[in-house]
Design a protein around this ligand. Structure first.
Ligand code: HEC
Length: 238
């Protein structure tokens, strides 16, 4: 199972636990008669809060690990996702601190709770939502006709190997087809279909993957045509 799918599933539970905590609070604060006892609601709020916190840590760990591998190649969407997640973390931490130690600010807690929920919704949508939608749209995408690249720059295999080592090897094996974070790239140019997107294998589609990647791989927009040709020359001999 891909790391992103695991992350999306965990995020769904993360979001749901936030929703349960929020609903419990709303019912507790409501003035109308309740069928459920306040004590039970408080307990439910607290335990879903614990699940929320635990998942927040696990998911952040996965993200930070991926971030370390992707370096500074993250997309704007991923940057936004990270900044919002950090904001969520800070507001949530403040909320917990107030509840535990600074009770004089208790009146801010409901607004902070709602902010945490709103942020977790947006953070969820900018990642898991994106992942699910992209996977769906990729399935309905019509396969492209292979177009041979018009201008074929002659790449340098050695330079390509060095580029691969510094940019790609943290996520892709070059010597086997097994998955690392992304699919292994051995024999990649000898296949018919690309491993993740199912697009036909040709230079254009690999170039496309590096410029505007399918799903979650970081984009390598800053690579020059020369560097791309070197990388492709290296991929050709894998
Ligand atoms: C941070 C991890 C990461 C790095 C770095 C990375 N990739 Fe990927 N790559 C992935 C993942 C994950 C996938 C699977 C598709 C997806 O989920 O985005 C993938 C898929 C691919 C595919 C298959 C695309 C398809 O359409 O099936 C190719 C080819 C590829 N990467 C080449 C490269 C090359 C070349 C580099 C270096 C310039 C590179 N990748 C760097 C994570 C990475």
């Amino acid at each position: 199972m891909s790391l992103f799918l695991i992350k999306s599933i965990l995020s769904t539970f993360f979001f749901l636990s936030g929703l349960i905590a929020l609903l419990c609070m709303f019912i507790l604060m409501g003035k109308t008669e309740r069928k459920i006892s306040s004590n039970l609601l408080r307990k439910l709020h607290k335990s879903s809060g614990f699940v929320f916190t635990a998942l927040l840590f696990v998911i952040s760990y996965i993200c930070i690990k991926y971030w370390a591998m992707a370096g500074d190649q993250l997309s704007t969407r991923a940057d936004l996702h990270a900044v919002l997640a950090l904001a969520l973390f800070i507001v949530f931490l403040l909320k917990i601190l107030i509840v535990r130690f600074f009770k004089q600010f208790l009146k801010f807690v409901p607004v902070m709770g709602m902010t945490v929920f709103a942020l977790s919704f947006i953070v969820f949508c900018t990642s898991a939502g994106f992942f699910f939608l992209r996977s769906l749209s990729a399935k309905s995408e019509t396969p492209e006709i292979s177009i041979p690249s018009q201008v074929k720059l002659q790449g340098n295999i050695e330079k390509g190997a060095a580029l691969f080592k510094s940019l790609c090897s943290s996520c892709h094996h070059a010597d086997k087809e097994e998955r690392k974070l992304g699919p292994g790239l051995k024999n990649i140019l000898k296949k018919e279909k690309l491993p993740s997107s199912g697009r036909p294998v040709n230079i254009e589609n690999i170039r496309r993957q590096l410029r505007t990647p399918f799903l979650t791989m970081p984009s390598f927009k800053s690579l020059s045509d020369r560097e791309l040709a070197d990388l492709l020359a290296y991929l050709e001999i894998l």
